[in-house]
Design a protein around this ligand. Sequence first.
Ligand SMILES: Nc1ncnc2c1ncn2[C@@H]1O[C@H](COP(=O)(O)OP(=O)(O)O)[C@@H](O)[C@H]1O
Ligand SMILES: [Mg+2]
Length: 211
Amino acid sequence: MEEQRERMERIKRRKAQGLQDRYLYDYTFANDNGQNPVMEKAHAYVEHWKEAYRDNTGLLLFGDVGTGKSFFAGCIANALLDRDVPVLMTNFPSILNRLTGVFAEDRAAFIASLDDYSLLVIDDLGVERSTEYAMEQMFTVIDSRYRSKKPLIVTTNLKLEEIKNPPDLAHARIYDRILERCAPVLFSGKNFREEGARATKAAAKEIVSKE
Ligand SMILES: Nc1ncnc2c1ncn2[C@@H]1O[C@H](COP(=O)(O)OP(=O)(O)O)[C@@H](O)[C@H]1O
Ligand SMILES: [Mg+2]
């Protein structure tokens, strides 16, 4: 009983730490609308987590906006957190934010702390501004993860072609490591966000047209 309670407490703590945006709590298999066949791969990843962790197998989720990449990654994060696995789902803007105005040794400690997580999810790679500083920090994070030999999941709106043909060396150093460790998964389905917006508009119309 006591052990069970401690485990629950730990999981709750890990979730608060690992899912920094509130909306991520809703990205669960239980909330899957079943309309995206690629979600099967998210289930498979969780089922085969032991092997994925052992072999350092990550995923590169790419495709247009609204196709469910963050939802997919969030489902994996939640399912593994529920299994007591330390997961962090974050993005580069918040990592860069965290690193700004911080002493070099604290920066290094923070970046090293990202590797304490068994799974690191970096959502929306490529949206941050590619200043020299940002690129350097991004490289440090990705390279540190690469050397930790722990899995990484990346989501991005970039095309696979763009990732395979980076514009310069700074991008190439980052993308090469991601491509080496992360199996690409294409999201080619419909834009769920547009659908949501249509439903919202329809509902709003319904409300305002009521007498
Ligand atoms: N399989 C799914 N089941 C239910 N809702 C989904 C699913 N996939 C995506 N959504 C919803 O659709 C919207 C867009 O998905 P998101 O994962 O943010 O897209 P992307 O990260 O590819 O831009 C979000 O509101 C998300 O909750
Ligand atoms: Mg997204």
